[in-house]
Design a protein around this ligand. Structure first.
Ligand SMILES: [Zn+2]
Length: 271
């Protein structure tokens, strides 16, 4: 599944090709995505100029005059820049064709992605309005996590993966960050000190930034803007390493389930 680093990599990849460009045409081959592509989307988009290519959580936002296209890659979506006459592959559901002669093509085998128009500021859209802060921006901090977690008994891993708390901390990043911070994934969120949350916020930032720098992590369905699979797996400390030796202390890495998600930790290094 494309995670925040893959989405950010995609955003950076497409921005230079579409920024300042006018949308000349929109071709919808398959409107049945997670939410149906609105029937009037082509009409809404034609003639508009892309003023900014932003991101909020895992949503890519193409800001235009008086509105924005909100795009989500879902479980298996990807975007790439092609020539408009390049033959579409299976699962190439939608094309935006720009005045510079390039095409932004949306591909999504599992069709959990979406493309929606809003005439308001995108941050007011119901999908985005309740999202927590961006982990790479200043409002996200150990102090924020500490204050937000008081009185909460949910495990800290579940807490940091909640997009109402902070966006973009997917399963791999949650596992890796908790290891770096030395915090057990099952510890109740409300019973972790400010000092430990400072370490955790720093770890989340470090892990996400490293992954963005490498162009996204592993995930088999991710295709970057040049059409190459996004296999840039960083050195993982715990994720997918159950039964292997902890790189810090040599103990066996454990695997359990927490809220249906595979959870990896070192019982010696994390408390
Ligand atoms: Zn260890």
């Amino acid at each position: 599944m494309p995670e925040l680093p893959e989405v950010e990599t995609t955003r950076r990849g497409i921005a230079p090709h579409v920024l300042g460009q006018i949308i000349e045409n929109v071709i919808v081959r398959q409107p049945q995505l997670r939410w149906p592509v609105p029937a009037d989307l082509p009409e809404k988009l034609r003639g508009r100029i892309v003023r900014n290519v932003g991101r909020r959580g895992k949503y890519i936002l193409l800001d235009m005059e008086a509105g924005a296209l909100i795009l989500h890659l879902g479980m298996s979506g990807s975007l790439r820049i092609t020539a408009p006459d390049a033959p579409p592959r299976k699962h190439d559901h939608l094309d935006l064709i720009f005045g510079n002669g390039l095409c932004l093509r949306f591909h999504d085998p599992r069709r959990f992605g979406c493309l929606l128009w809003t005439g308001d500021a995108p941050e007011l859209h119901p999908l985005l309005a309740d999202l927590g802060p961006e982990p790479l921006e200043a409002e996200f901090s150990g102090r924020y996590l500490h204050d937000k977690s008081r009185g909460r008994s949910a495990p800290v891993k579940t807490f940091i993966m909640d997009s109402h708390v902070v966006v973009g901390v997917g399963n791999i990043y949650a596992n890796e960050s908790l290891f770096r911070a030395g915090i057990s994934p099952v510890r109740p969120a409300g019973r972790i000190s400010l000092q430990r949350y400072e370490k955790l916020a720093e770890a989340i930032r470090t892990v996400l930034e490293a992954s963005i720098e490498q162009g996204g992590t592993t995930l088999r369905d991710f295709v970057n803007e040049a059409g190459n699979p996004g296999y840039f797996r960083q050195t993982l400390q715990v994720y997918d390493r159950d039964g292997e030796a902890c790189r810090r202390c040599g103990s066996d890495i454990r695997l359990g389930r927490l809220g249906q998600r595979a959870t990896y930790w070192c019982p010696h290094c994390q408390h």
